[in-house]
Every structure is written in C-alpha cells, then in structure tokens.
Design a protein around this ligand. Sequence first.
Ligand code: GDD
Ligand code: MN
Length: 364
Amino acid sequence: MIMQIELSVIIPTYNEKSNISVILDRIVQTLEGKLTFEILVVDDDSPDQTWAVVKQRGQLDPRIRLLRRIGRRGLSSAVVEGFSSAQGKTMAVIDADLQHDERILPEMYAASQEANLVVGSRKVEGGSIENWSWLRRGVSNIATMLAKIFLVTPLKDPMSGFFLIRRELFTRIESEINPRGFKILLEILHRSKEKKIKEIGYTFRPRVAGVSKLSTSTIFDFLFSLLELRLGRVVSLRFLSYAAVGVTGVGVNLATLWGLHEELHLSESFSLAIAIFLSMVSNFFLNNYYTFHDYALREKALWIGFLQFLLVCSVGALINYALTQFCVSHGGNLYASDLLGISVATVWNYLVNQRVTWGRSDYL
Ligand code: GDD
Ligand code: MN
C-alpha cells in the first residue's frame, strides 16, 4: 500500500545535542494521530554529534530520518537539501532549539489547503517574542524593514525561519533557489512571487540550551543577499565588497606607516614593509570573513589560503608598480598613473584570488 506523507518536517541542526531529543519528542507528540508525517534532520556533521542521537532515534521510529552532510555548512542549503529529499505533500522547516512553537504545525498544515506558503509569525495576532533585549529587537526590526523595502513582501514577519511550503511551489522554483543566501524564506518569496500566503502567530521563545549561530558575518550575509536578490547580476557585489575591503587596507597601511615612522621613529623602509604586510593580513581576514563569507576558509586551509593571497597580491603589487612606471615614463601624471595601476592590480587580485584562494569558478 502506498501511503502519501502529508507533512515532512525539516529540522536543520548544528550542535544541538541538548535540544534535538526534546524537539523530536514534541513534534511526534503534536502530529501523532493527526497527520501522516516524517521528520528529516539535516545535520552538518555537528562536532557535538547531534547526528548520532538522530540516528539512534531513527532506528526506533522510522518516521525520523537523518541527512548528515559532511564538509558543508549553511542553514539555507541544509533546508533546501531537506526539501529536496523529503517525501511529503507539504514541507515545514523548524529550528531545533525550541524557539519555534511546534504546536502550530497542524494549524499550518490546515492553512496550506488554501495557501501555498504558510509562515509562523511573530508579528501577527497571536504572535510575540519572549524576553528579547531592546538591542535584539532593534536589529530584528531594522532587518525586517529592509527586507520589506527591498523585496516588497506582504509578510509581517519575512525574517521568519519557521514556515511550511507546498511541494508544487517548491518544485516550481527548486532549480532557481540560491541556497547561499541565509534567508531561505526571502529567497523563496522573491523567486516565486507567491501570492497565496498565510501567517499564523506564535510566541518565539528564548533559546535555553546551546548557542545561536547568528554572527556579524550572518548579518552581513543577510544584507548581501537582499542586495543580490534585488540587483541580481547588474553589479558584482562581491567585487564591491572586495574593493571596500581594499579601501580599509589603505587605511591600515597609512596608519601603520605613520605610527611606526612618525611616532616610533623607525626607518622609512622598515615601517613601509610592516605597513604593507599588516594591510595584507587585515585584507585577507576581512575578505575571508565578509567578501567570501560563503566560501570562508578555516583551519589548515586558512593558512594555505593566506600564503596564496600574499603571493597573488605580490604579483598585483608588481603590476601596479610596472604600470605606474610605464605611464609616468610616457608623460602621465604620477598620481593618476598610480590610481590606474591600483585599479588594474585590484581587478587582477580579485579575479585570481577568487579563483585560486577561495576556489570559486563561477566568477563575477
Ligand atoms: N544544518 C545546519 N547547518 N543547521 C544550522 C546551521 C548550519 O550551518 N546554522 C544554524 N543551523 C540550525 C541551528 O542548529 C538551529 O536549529 C537553526 O538552524 C537556527 O539557528 P540559530 O543559530 O538558533 O538561529 P537564530 O535563532 O539566530 O535565528 C533563527 O531565528 C531567526 C529569526 O529571529 C532562524 O530561524 C532564522 O532563520 C530566523 O530568521
Ligand atoms: Mn535560534
């Protein structure tokens, strides 16, 4: 007998060992007897071995499945992979950390009879946020406002990470979704232009165990995704970010040079060498953390990448030097020539670093 699964619940996890059993119990308890369901945990090979707990649970209850991804990280891509391998007629995403209220899942499912997308919302009637500091509230409100401005969405809570989608809608946009973006819901809204949407209120609870994976790089990632969704291929945001980091590098360079030479009275050439080195170090780390946030190098790869970066930039410096000399010897103004040299070197550095250092082939 073929049994159609009505709801697949996707839980993305990274180091949620102390929450995973509780959330699994609660979801099973909520859905048991009401819906046919499966629970799919997408774990990015958590160091705390969250996956081992899920595997064990799956042996006792075949409705619980584990998708363990090795060597990859990312909330959105975990969700997309969960959707892709789910069986259900509808699919929901819920965080493992007990902040989302699983008790509204049946109501969300019921609402999907009329809507293609149902969002668990903190900003409609019945929705709220427990125990948030004014700072956290402020950041969230600003992000929501930006999302509304950039993407023109009818949703009151477009930042929600708790939603349900009908399979047909997901299938329609599956191949266009860019899972690099952090905000998977925004991505779905933007690609599908879906109008049949419903929001259901719930109380967002504080996280009790484990830590949030939200970081400044995540916030940057969010802003980046918003602009990217909006501007698409018009400009290369990555290049702009690389160039902006370059400008901060000039600041580091000048400040170091001034400090060492003017203040500490070290020799000009020694101060200059240190200034150049320090600006390359700060450029490398800023680019790794921001410009290439979605391809960030870690551990051993970080140091190899750093050496590659130094090498690539040294060639860039030579290009800068040679080009400036060439222009000056042909009657060019020194500063205008240097500016041209810097621009060409920056493009060179960017293109080669992105392909070699951060190993991306899809350039621009
Ligand atoms: N597989 C996988 N890979 N899961 C991840 C990763 C990852 O790289 N990063 C985070 N997760 C999982 C966490 O284990 C958790 O179950 C869930 O995704 C949410 O992560 P949190 O770190 O708790 O995020 P948050 O609470 O700051 O953000 C949540 O609330 C926001 C609204 O304030 C998310 O639901 C956001 O999507 C939402 O916008
Ligand atoms: Mn959380």
